[in-house]
Design a binder for this molecule. Structure first.
Ligand code: IMP
Length: 461
């Protein structure tokens, strides 16, 4: 089994980092990122220290594991340097990090173009230049990492072409601002890239050689299947292929080398960040905006506050309005973006969306995360169909999902017990086991995460 894909089932933030950590311990030789860029955030805890990774693969804290940033990834050199410093400060070394010479490079032109484009505000992007860097790559004008290792003249010329195609400086000038200085950017980028140029290589050959030598490789997905640019809820998607189909172009490996695909999803709820349809959402974008404004004014609600204690006691009795239940799950699950800090939208599980994601990815097994977050919820309504015009549909309509409402065809009773210290599946409350077994209609559940700690994991082999 040469490549095991680890893929988010829904709209991201499912907890892929922890699952990869577990797999690495089981004996994988490499972790390779194949898509996305600094829009992602994967949290790891090397030597007990919290590090948020954006493009560096989640195996970086293991010296014996090769970590590869594949050609499908978009890099912002300045952000990467910050990330490499965090990794080093946490005691991990970078000798086992290989960065593809064909990574797409996010430049100030891409970031400015994203700022200038109204569509990015509508989608609620992470603001990292993803749409612009990938679309310019498709238009064949995004410079790649190896370009920056060539002469100053070469880089300056590429940047000027990019500027002209994107019309960035033209717009800046029209608005009375200074144009961007290609020569200065070329120098700045060279200085930054020189600091990690020893890690830059042809990762396609590197991976191919590893596969030939019989190495076991994890392909680490960023974002998740329903944010995929081709099969997700377009246009409310990211700009790369974030389902398992993105691995072959994103790493340069034959599709038949991917023999296992682990789908990672939250056990008892779903989250989404940014705009776009979300049929099982608890509350809506307007109520979330109110909450976001309150957080800005007063800070995040603490678990030991009177407000939270009241919310929790009403949740246990089943007295919460949908938007309050959404807030409860957000606080208990600490559902705030690791990259943007934005509060995540929360909603009940969605079988139709999960089946659609399985249809795209062909999951060979599932990893369920954050089981403990729904420990004190009296019931978990599961969406088993979508309602529109008095009819119920069983298909996922990615582009017009917003026209449907959720049909909660199944109510799984809550278990109202703390599961966070349980180590064996058999010791879970019966209702929690029922939820796990419910998801087995998709694929066998091999791992259940019941807390953020490494030890808070239940395995089912
Ligand atoms: P972009 O990837 O920054 O262009 O953002 C496009 C959409 O994908 C927005 O709705 C983002 O909130 C969402 N998105 C991008 N990266 C992540 C992620 O890592 N987790 C969850 N949502 C993400």
């Amino acid at each position: 089994m040469p490549i095991t894909a680890v893929i988010g089932v829904h709209w991201g933030d499912e907890g892929k980092g922890k699952v990869i950590d577990y797999l690495v311990e089981k004996g994988y030789d490499a972790v390779a990122r194949f898509n996305g860029g600094p829009n992602a955030g994967h949290t790891i805890y090397p030597n007990g220290q919290k590090v948020v990774l954006h493009v560096v693969p989640s195996g970086i804290s293991y010296p014996h594991v090769t970590n590869i940033i594949g050609n499908g990834v978009a890099l912002d050199p300045q952000l990467l340097l910050g990330e490499l410093t965090d990794v080093r400060n946490a005691g991990a070394d970078l000798l086992n990090l290989y960065i593809s010479d064909r990574c797409k490079v996010i430049t100030p032109y891409h970031k400015e173009a994203e700022k200038q484009s109204p569509i990015n505000r509508k989608i609620g992007t992470t603001g990292k230049g993803m749409g612009s860097v990938y679309s310019s790559h498709t238009a064949r004008i995004t410079p790649l990492l190896s370009d920056f290792l060539r002469s100053h003249e070469h880089v300056t010329a590429l940047l000027r072409e990019l500027d002209e195609e994107l019309g960035v400086s033209e717009k800046l000038r029209a608005e009375g601002h200074d144009a961007l200085d290609a020569s200065k950017i070329a120098d700045d980028y060279r200085r930054m890239i020189d600091q990690f140029s020893n890690n830059v290589t042809d990762t396609t050959y590197k991976i191919s050689n590893m596969l030939r030598a019989g190495s076991k490789i994890i392909a680490e997905g960023a974002q998740a299947s329903l944010l995929d640019k081709d099969h997700g809820t377009y246009p409310f998607v990211t700009s790369s292929n974030s389902f398992a189909g993105g691995i072959s172009p994103g790493l340069g490996v034959p599709p038949n080398t991917i023999t296992e695909t682990v789908g990672v999803m939250k056990a008892g709820y779903i989250t989404r960040v940014g705009g776009g349809p979300f049929p099982t959402e608890l509350g809506n974008e307007a109520t979330l905006k109110e909450e976001e404004a309150a957080i800005k004014a007063n800070g995040k609600i603490k678990r030991d506050s009177t407000y939270f204690r009241d919310l929790e006691s009403a949740a246990k009795k089943g007295y919460l309005l949908p938007k309050e239940m959404g807030q409860y799950l957000r606080i208990v699950g600490d559902e705030f973006g690791s990259t943007t800090k934005r509060p995540r939208r929360t909603g009940w599980p969605d079988l139709v969306a999960t089946q659609y994601s399985d249809m795209l990815n062909g999951f060979t097994c599932l990893a369920l995360t954050k089981l403990d977050v729904t420990d004190f919820v009296p019931e978990i309504p599961v969406c088993t169909g979508y309602k529109k015009d008095g009819q119920v549909f069983k298909n996922f309509d990615p582009m017009y999902l917003g026209d449907y409402t959720a049909d909660s065809g199944l109510i799984i009773p809550g278990w109202m017990k703390d599961t966070s210290e349980i180590k064996e599946f058999e010791h879970l409350p019966e209702e929690a086991r029922r939820l796990v077994e419910f998801w087995e209609r998709i694929a066998p559940v091999r791992l259940i995460s019941n807390g953020p700690g490494r030890g808070q994991t239940i395995f089912r082999e």
